[in-house]
Ligand binder design. Structure first.
Ligand SMILES: [Fe+2]
Length: 250
């Protein structure tokens, strides 16, 4: 997807200087991936694992965003587009609406393998991008961006932020009777993932009403999350959210 249409996001677009990554950084990436994958092979959604292969992620080398985008383009048209860091909401929504996923290029250090206060390339690419190869998820994410880009009131945007949080960031799905993770915050955090798969987190059946009423907690492990039974459910929930927002019922 071209970045030429981006205006709000334009000041935040950067190039990924792939050659500048050090061998230590590639080694940190390898450690993060090799620590997470054995658990994820058991507990991640099938679509995540398929996406991991489709986008050509490597276990021992940091991802080259241009080659990932080239693999995604013919499938869903999403691009993993490098940005300088945290984006203001209008820039973020504009990027999603044009199928450009804002992707940071820096990597956490070995001293903070488990946690970074801001997203890095491990969270963004390993956590998010494999799902962008899935057609329904890809359509949902673009639609989310388009709807949010058209809203300026803070209250409905906060509610829609909860929908993003409990799907894209911390979503779980029921597959063949088991809870599987697909949200990037679960995929890219060993502690958050363990919290779910070891049963320390109550799993509710996904309901748009409940999700919109559940504030986001960023400072503790989740005590409850919402499981969809298929990705069609988040796609449909987004259309219902749009109807509510358009008629002032959000
Ligand atoms: Fe994220």
């Amino acid at each position: 997807m071209t970045t030429a249409v981006l205006s709000a996001a334009a000041p935040f677009l950067i190039q990924q200087d792939y050659g500048a990554y050090t061998s230590e950084q590639h080694a940190v990436w390898a450690e993060l991936v090799n620590r997470a994958l054995p658990e994820l092979e058991k507990h991640a959604a099938q679509e995540y694992l398929e996406g991991f292969a489709i986008i050509g992620l490597k276990k021992d080398k940091l991802p080259d965003l241009a080659s990932i985008s080239a693999r995604l383009a013919p499938r869903t048209g999403w691009s993993s587009t490098p940005v300088s860091g945290f984006l203001p909401a209008p820039a973020f929504f504009e990027m999603l609406a044009t199928r450009n996923f804002p992707t940071t290029t820096w990597l956490r250090s070995r001293e903070s393998l488990e946690y970074t206060p801001e997203p890095d390339i491990f969270h963004d690419v390993f956590g998010h991008v494999p799902m962008h190869s899935h057609k329904i998820f890809a359509d949902f994410l673009e639609h989310y961006g388009r709807v949010c880009a058209s809203i300026s009131d803070a209250a409905p945007l906060e509610k829609l932020g909860r929908l993003f949080w409990y799907t894209v960031e911390f979503g779980v799905i029921l597959q063949r009777g088991e809870i599987k993770v697909y949200g990037s915050g679960l995929i890219s955090s060993h502690g958050e993932c363990k919290n779910v798969v070891e049963g320390h987190c109550a799993i509710h059946r996904f309901s748009l009403d409940e999700v919109l009423e559940t504030p986001v907690k960023v400072d503790e492990l989740h005590k409850s999350l919402f499981a969809v039974s298929s990705f069609d459910q988040i796609y449909e929930a987004m259309h219902e959210a749009e109807r509510r927002a358009n008629s002032g019922r959000m």
